[in-house]
Write a protein that binds this ligand. Structure first.
Ligand code: ASP
Length: 280
């Protein structure tokens, strides 16, 4: 978390944009084996990895997203390339990989680059639970979510958000969660930015990121009240769980979660920072 804070802060301290900062922070987290994004992404049911990511820039409402990637070392950077160098917002699977072929700034890796032993054990445990489960429906619910996200506010008052994930352990059939869906796992506008982590099916059904932003815009809610309403009431009422990080243009940092913990960190212009896991 500190490495990601440093990466983002270095960009902002150098006068860089919020978009550059969230990309830098997200890449640091994708490169870490500890999070469910990039190296360290969860395994799908076939024992492979399919990665999803998105970015959004608040003041322009530009967005880029990718899903079902198999060879892209830093999905967040391909999401940004979709936003900046294609006429589209979202590219998936083989098409997204073909778009990456046209760019020499996108690093490729074999799918096994994303492997980690602890994620393989999680897959084995999930599949053992599935076999034990009489109706065979499979239990995607996780105790801890490791999707990564970053939100930044730059010196010009611009907000950007990035989110990246391997999805949910044991997912199948080309499953895509909330992370690459603008309005579900990611949002940024001129007032605030939001990045979610959690049980993606519920985050999609609750349009979590946009619902938080809409409460700020339409109702004049504080970002904290808006995030708490959606994360602590709307999502769990449907049976989902997870959390979100959010930041508004006044620099208010909000981190709301209904799980036992959420790995999170924040850093201010003067370099004062914090990291936390549980509710302390
Ligand atoms: N939200 C992600 C997904 O459903 C999972 C996570 O947050 O770890 O794909």
């Amino acid at each position: 978390l500190d490495a990601a804070l440093d990466a983002g802060h270095a960009v902002l301290a150098g006068g860089g944009s919020a978009l550059d900062a969230v990309e830098a922070a997200a890449r640091a987290l994708e490169d870490s084996p500890r999070f469910n994004a990039g190296h360290g992404a969860v395994f799908d049911a076939e024992g492979r990895h399919e990665l999803d990511a998105s970015v959004m820039e608040g003041h322009t409402r530009r967005a880029g997203a990718v899903a079902g990637l198999t060879t892209i070392r830093n999905p967040v950077s391909l999401a940004r390339a979709v936003m900046e160098h294609s006429p589209h917002v979202m590219l998936i699977g083989a098409g997204a990989e073909a778009f990456a072929d046209t760019r020499d700034d996108i690093e490729r890796v074999p799918n096994a680059y994303f492997d980690t032993d602890h994620r393989r054990r999680e897959l084995e445990q999930a599949q053992a639970r599935e076999r034990a489960d009489a109706d065979g429906a499979g239990d995607l619910k996780g105790k801890y979510f490791g999707t990564i996200g970053a939100v930044a506010l730059d010196a010009e008052g611009r907000i950007a958000t990035a989110t990246s994930t391997g999805g949910m352990t044991n997912k199948r059939w080309g499953r895509v969660g909330d992370t690459p869906l603008v309005g579900a796992g990611t949002w940024a506008d001129e007032r605030c930015g939001i990045s979610g982590t959690g049980w993606g099916e519920f985050f999609i059904r609750c349009a979590v990121a946009h619902d938080i932003a809409a409460r700020v815009e339409y109702r004049g809610d504080t970002l904290q009240a808006a995030a708490d309403e959606v994360i602590l009431r709307t999502v769990p009422e449907l049976g989902g769980d997870g959390g979100a990080i959010a930041l508004d243009r006044e620099g208010n940092v909000v981190m709301s979660f209904n799980t036992s913990g959420m790995y999170r960190g924040w850093i201010r212009p003067d370099g004062t920072r914090g990291t936390a896991i549980f509710r302390e």
